[in-house]
Design a protein around this ligand. Structure first.
Ligand SMILES: *[C@@H]1O[C@H](CO)[C@@H](O)[C@H](O)[C@H]1NC(C)=O
Ligand SMILES: *[C@@H]1O[C@H](CO)[C@@H](O)[C@H](O)[C@H]1NC(C)=O
Ligand SMILES: *[C@@H]1O[C@H](CO)[C@@H](O)[C@H](O)[C@H]1NC(C)=O
Ligand SMILES: *[C@@H]1O[C@H](CO)[C@@H](O)[C@H](O)[C@H]1NC(C)=O
Ligand SMILES: *[C@@H]1O[C@H](CO)[C@@H](O)[C@H](O)[C@H]1NC(C)=O
Ligand SMILES: *[C@@H]1O[C@H](CO)[C@@H](O)[C@H](O)[C@H]1NC(C)=O
Ligand SMILES: *[C@@H]1O[C@H](CO)[C@@H](O)[C@H](O)[C@H]1NC(C)=O
Ligand SMILES: *[C@@H]1O[C@H](CO)[C@@H](O)[C@H](O)[C@H]1NC(C)=O
Ligand SMILES: *[C@@H]1O[C@H](CO)[C@@H](O)[C@H](O)[C@H]1NC(C)=O
Ligand SMILES: *[C@@H]1O[C@H](CO)[C@@H](O)[C@H](O)[C@H]1NC(C)=O
Ligand SMILES: *[C@@H]1O[C@H](CO)[C@@H](O)[C@H](O)[C@H]1NC(C)=O
Ligand SMILES: *[C@@H]1O[C@H](CO)[C@@H](O)[C@H](O)[C@H]1NC(C)=O
Length: 832
């Protein structure tokens, strides 16, 4: 019953004030109930609970235009968790997190935490942006959270559709399921970063539409997007962020972009006269806008009755199918390419092909671009990136060209690689008649002679030069450029994997010669330093303990193996540096230190509310599952502990030091037995006693970690006035007595979700069972955390403490009735 009391405390401890009058701000002592609203300063936007239409009873918390009679939600918080009565409340916690709670205290939605707040408040701005600020923060723009960062299906003036490359925050649009149901439907619209960042509209995973790369003036595939008196669209692409946005020229006009539930990207404008939203522009205007209609090397002309044709020098792959107007198989070359003597054919007024696997550089000109393409036999086309001021920049394609369109105006020049024999002079470019056709003729002749010159003069010399240069140059990471394109030069992931190697000078400079003030810590395998590369990028540098046993080739192989392990919840290895007997690994830098810094300290653990901790528990599980099973390499971590879990800006967990044990660990362990001492408390009994490793020993460590995250106490060194059990024993005892909730760290009272917490404790106890065979594997752990089904009863945990005390009272079976999270739910609903 004690657990129950704590639950009540959790949910109803704070008797908050209600919002009564129209204000634009919510503070941590107020609550917003069904029927209350917050109104922005000039009354343009309103926030509160609403139902999307008369045909549903579901309620959502959202923001809508206040001045118009048609309630149009521009943003919805709990898209996926509708509320079916009027009991819900919306409030801001003291930690600066927005939450929606329903009748029984369950939190059905919460905003993400970014950093701790001293004195948070939430304000609805006249832009429609709802922001959480820290009143103690001197910079008023430094928000803790803002609704503009989590767009739904609508883009308002000033919102950014795109990604912050520094924090990694992506802001895609997800359509509503139906006009009555704001839960995410099948359509998404977001930037794709495979090559040149390009917006892609997908239905599920199938691409439906792309507007084409942004060329400085418009999207390559939207010739109708002209400067107009209503709005200006712009796209920003630099090394910090990539986004699409727009401004309205008359801000009293209500106008927004919407990804409709049926997959159309359109501009809606409110018309007072008709009291309705009018579609101002739909970007998908004709059949040619449906992605890849004409297949590879096909080109679509919307003014033609037969929409598709093959590019010049190409023929339908399957003529018979093509003739039935099924163009999806596309076209193939009539004459195969001969690398050394190929030329290029220029298409004017084209929509550039799918550039998701393109390469690009902003500072090259068209000649340099052509040279580069000519020299690489797999380059299929090139074009300028930016069409302003006569054109600049370079984009290269290395794949089949898909989704090309031919317009009559406002397209772009595209140069497609062709066998020289296909480039016959008499062909009239197919361009619209132009008064400057003589110039074009001249340019064409010049272009072709330049081409032969390039081939003749440069030829082998150049290729040799490039090859040598490539071999001698350190890859991009070590030679920082100030050009904005540097962060995109990584291509297609299917390419042969090559790990960047940094030179020692770069690392010495970055870490200020391994200065003690840059030292972040000491791990089992060496010291870690913070470093800043010349281009401003932050890195973590792990200087491995000197050991001559590992041969150089072996070392490189191992490092490449580790670098191939890539997962959201693993720290990314960026490269390595080998110099004499100096061996250094370079990792991405994690600003928020490691988990142990937070969970074991009363004051530091404040920002770690329960949702954040639960996210960490789940994230570590997924990372570990990947290591054990999904990575194809079956890595056992062997040293999982709070200190080896790092946190990113959003407090997402990333496991570090994986793969090292397998690669470099065994010798180190023997050589430096003392260094492993710090990880007692996480070691499974069979490992600590018999030295037996298995994935189940990692599972044990994971279980310890979960219990530590929930309790905020270390397993090792845990003490309790009533008994001599370690944390595992204590948790087991409370569990058996049905008092698991007592394990909760006091800082989580306000944010805890009892059923998630009980489930975590239960899973944690299953993981630390004495016998490895009894412990679940990580796949089951991930499943158990994500489901609501009943869980097996845990057996006695493997007690392993330096004090080695197993109380006589602790039997191997619980004597009392077990309280699982399910029983708990039932108790709860009966009680109400
Ligand atoms: C929150 O707002 C209410 C109403 O404006 C006010 O009475 C209260 O003092 C505020 N609390 C804080 C902590 O600012
Ligand atoms: C929804 O219900 C309200 C009030 O009952 C009514 O005024 C309105 O016309 C209805 N809207 C629709 C679309 O049926
Ligand atoms: C809301 O849903 C819960 C469970 O899903 C149900 O018990 C309750 O009766 C519903 N309330 C209303 C008003 O429909
Ligand atoms: C925030 O400011 C208030 C006074 O405005 C102060 O009482 C409080 O201690 C500050 N909190 C922090 C975390 O700085
Ligand atoms: C989404 O796609 C799935 C599978 O294609 C389909 O079954 C479902 O009806 C679609 N949903 C909507 C809202 O269109
Ligand atoms: C802005 O739009 C409003 C409402 O449509 C209109 O009344 C006003 O004249 C417009 N202002 C300008 C400068 O065009
Ligand atoms: C597209 O088709 C129209 C109608 O047949 C034709 O006049 C125009 O030249 C074509 N455009 C291109 C670029 O081929
Ligand atoms: C075109 O043909 C392919 C196979 O030949 C088929 O899968 C596809 O559905 C056809 N497309 C249309 C639009 O008929
Ligand atoms: C490519 O063309 C050149 C010149 O026309 C010729 O000498 C060479 O043999 C050709 N190579 C291939 C592989 O066809
Ligand atoms: C881009 O082109 C410029 C000029 O040719 C060159 O200096 C720079 O290194 C290139 N950047 C990349 C990433 O290739
Ligand atoms: C040509 O480009 C591809 C793709 O970028 C690259 O993998 C290949 O190494 C290049 N070939 C040469 C000879 O530069
Ligand atoms: C609270 O009620 C919701 C449905 O109304 C239910 O799904 C949830 O499990 C309940 N939570 C608790 C702790 O009883």
């Amino acid at each position: 019953m004690e657990a129950f009391a704590i639950l009540l405390l959790c949910s109803f401890l704070f008797a908050n004030l209600t919002i009564s009058t129209a204000v634009d701000t919510l503070n941590a002592t107020q609550i917003l109930k069904d029927g209350d609203t917050i109104v922005s300063a000039t009354g343009r936007f309103e926030l509160g609970f609403f139902t999307p239409s008369n045909s549903t009873k579901n309620k959502y918390l959202g923001i809508w235009y206040k001045q118009i009679p048609l309630k149009t939600a521009v943003w919805v918080a709990n898209r996926e968790s509708p509320i079916n009565d009027s009991s819900a409340v919306f409030k801001l916690t003291k930690q600066g997190i927005l939450i929606i709670q329903i009748h029984n205290g369950t939190i059905i939605w919460r905003s993400k935490a970014s950093r701790p707040a001293g004195n948070p408040s939430a304000t609805l701005f006249d832009t429609g942006n709802f922001v959480v600020r820290d009143e103690n923060e001197s910079d008023p723009e430094n928000f803790l959270w803002q609704s503009f960062d989590y767009p739904c299906d609508k883009l308002l003036q000033g919102m950014k559709l795109g990604r912050d490359l520094v924090t990694g925050l992506d802001r895609p649009l997800l359509s509503w399921r139906t006009p009555d149901d704001p839960s995410p439907g099948n359509f998404t619209y977001r930037f794709d970063f495979g090559g040149f960042p390009e917006l892609i509209l997908r239905e599920g995973s199938v691409i439906r539409f792309r507007p084409g790369p942004w060329n400085g003036v418009r999207f390559s595939g939207t010739p109708e997007l002209k400067p107009n008196k209503f709005f200006t669209v712009s796209v920003v692409i630099n090394d910090k962020e990539v986004y699409d946005t727009f401004v309205l020229h008359n801000s009293s006009v209500l106008s927004m972009m919407v990804l409709s539930h049926d997959g159309l990207w359109e501009r809606l404008t409110w018309i007072d006269r008709t009291q309705s939203w009018q579609v101002f522009v739909t970007v998908q205007m004709d059949p040619c806008d449906s992605y890849g209609l004409c297949g590879a090397y096909g080109s679509c002309n919307a003014s033609n009755s037969v929409k598709c044709s093959c590019l010049k020098g190409f023929v339908p792959k399957f003529q018979k199918v093509w003739d039935t107007q099924n163009w999806s198989h596309g076209c193939v070359r009539r004459t195969t390419l001969n690398c050394s003597s190929d030329g290029f054919f220029k298409y004017s007024n084209a929509k550039l092909p799918d550039s998701r696997q393109s390469w690009f550089n902003y500072s090259m000109n068209l000649d340099e671009c052509k040279n580069l393409c000519t020299r690489n036999c797999s380059c299929t086309a090139y074009s300028n990136l930016d069409i302003r001021d006569g054109g600049s920049g370079c984009m290269l394609w290395f794949v089949d060209l898909v989704d090309i369109q031919q317009f009559s105006v406002n397209g772009q020049d595209l140069y497609v690689r062709m066998a020289a024999s296909e480039l016959d002079f008499s062909y009239d470019f197919g361009e619209t008649e132009s008064p400057k056709s003589k110039d074009k003729e001249r340019i064409r002749v010049a272009f072709i002679s330049m081409l032969s010159a390039a081939v003749l003069i440069l030829g082998l010399t150049l290729i040799l030069y490039i090859c040598r240069k490539r071999r001698h140059e350190k890859p991009g990471l070590a030679t920082p450029t100030s050009a904005p394109e540097s962060s995109f030069s990584v291509k297609n992931q299917n390419e042969e994997f090559e790990l960047p190697s940094f030179d020692l000078a770069t690392i010495v400079l970055a870490t200020d010669n391994f200065s003690i003030k840059n030292k972040l810590g000491q791990g089992s395998f060496g010291s870690v330093y913070k470093g800043i590369l010349k281009d401003g990028r932050e890195i973590a540098v792990k200087r491995l303990l000197r050991s001559s046993e590992e041969g150089l080739d072996g070392f490189k192989n191992e490092v490449v193996h580790i670098a191939k392990l890539q997962h959201r919840n693993l720290v990314k290895l960026l490269g390595c540096c080998i110099h004499a007997d100096e061996k250094i690994l370079i990792y991405e830098f994690m600003p928020n230190k490691s988990l142990d810094f937070f969970i074991f300290d009363e004051t530091q653990s404040k920002p770690l509310d329960w949702p954040t901790r639960y996210n960490i528990i789940n994230g570590i599980a997924r990372g570990l599952l990947y290591l054990h099973q999904d990575s194809r390499q079956r890595i056992i971590h062997r040293d999982l502990k709070a200190g080896n879990v790092l946190l990113d800006y959003e407090m997402n967990p990333k496991i570090s030091d994986f793969g090292l044990a397998r690669s470099f660990g065994e010798k180190e362990t023997e050589a430096n037995t003392k260094k492993v001492v710090g990880t007692y408390g996480y070691m499974a009994p069979e490992y600590a006693i018999d030295g037996l490793y298995s994935i189940k020993s990692d599972v044990f460590s994971y279980g310890v970690l979960v219990l530590e995250i929930v309790t905020g106490k270390r397993n090792r060194g845990f003490c309790h006035p009533d008994h001599h059990l370690n944390l595992l024993g204590h948790a087991w005892r409370l569990f058996c007595e049905g008092k698991s909730m007592e394990l909760m760290a006091s800082t989580m009272r306000e944010t805890c979700n009892p059923s998630e917490m009980l489930r975590s404790i239960h899973v944690g106890l299953l993981c630390v069972q004495q016998s490895p065979e009894d412990r679940p594997n990580m796949a089951s752990v991930v499943m158990m955390l994500g489901s609501r089904g009943p869980l097996p009863n845990p057996k006695q945990p493997g007690f392993f403490t330096e004090r080695d005390v197993v109380e006589s009272t602790s039997s191997s079976l619980c004597t009392q009735k077990l309280v699982s999270s399910n029983d708990f739910t039932i108790t709860m609903s009966e009680a109400r």
